[in-house]
Design a protein around this ligand. Structure first.
Ligand SMILES: [Fe+2]
Length: 187
């Protein structure tokens, strides 16, 4: 078992090198790759879903936070592509049911609320926070796996994504408190 992990490390340290497909992957490496493919699908899905969330928001601050996060998300997709390169695998997406569910729930929130109201903004904000929480949980787990597999460069790239998700969550969280306070004062 240890030999297989070692060969993976060797492949991971060489850039632009395809993995030796004759060597079976360690099951933990397989789990890790599945997780990366899942996040690759999730981030690409968000690149398509975030513009709708932005256009349905009335608050300029929320619109701008979502627009900024869209650009950040494109950078995260690029980092995941670097991860695939480092581990010698072609970038491939694996459908992330959780992210599909979270964005569907976000669309439901839009349907259930009135256009241009702080309540809709709050609903969109909460949906975005759930997305961030999912991504934070996923990247945290994947970083631990990358470290265990002896892939520090990969862990570093994933950590950059994690930090951005955390920053986004913090911003959304403080924004939701402001939206709620303003809305309660107005009524
Ligand atoms: Fe992300």
């Amino acid at each position: 078992m240890a030999t297989k992990v070692k060969s993976t490390r060797k492949a991971a340290s060489a850039k632009n090198v395809e993995r030796d497909t004759t060597t079976p992957l360690h099951p933990i490496m397989e789990l890790f790759i599945n997780g990366i493919q899942d996040m690759y699908w999730a981030e690409n899905h968000l690149v398509k879903a975030l513009p709708k969330m932005r256009s349905e928001s009335a608050s300029k601050e929320l619109q701008s936070a979502i627009a900024d996060h869209l650009e950040v998300t494109k950078g995260q997709v690029a980092r995941l592509e670097q991860v695939f390169e480092l581990i010698g695998h072609q970038a491939r997406a694996r459908k992330c049911d959780a992210m599909e569910g979270l964005t569907l729930e976000g669309e439901g929130t839009i349907e259930d609320t009135v256009e241009g109201t702080p309540v809709r903004d709050l609903g969109i904000n909460m949906s975005c926070q759930k997305v961030e929480q999912y991504e934070i949980a996923s990247y945290t787990g994947l970083i631990a796996l990358a470290n265990s597999l002896g892939l520090p460069e990969v862990a570093e790239l994933l950590n950059a994504n994690l930090q951005e998700e955390q920053e986004s969550l913090d911003l959304l969280s403080s924004m939701s408190e402001e939206i709620t306070a303003r809305s309660l004062q107005a009524n």
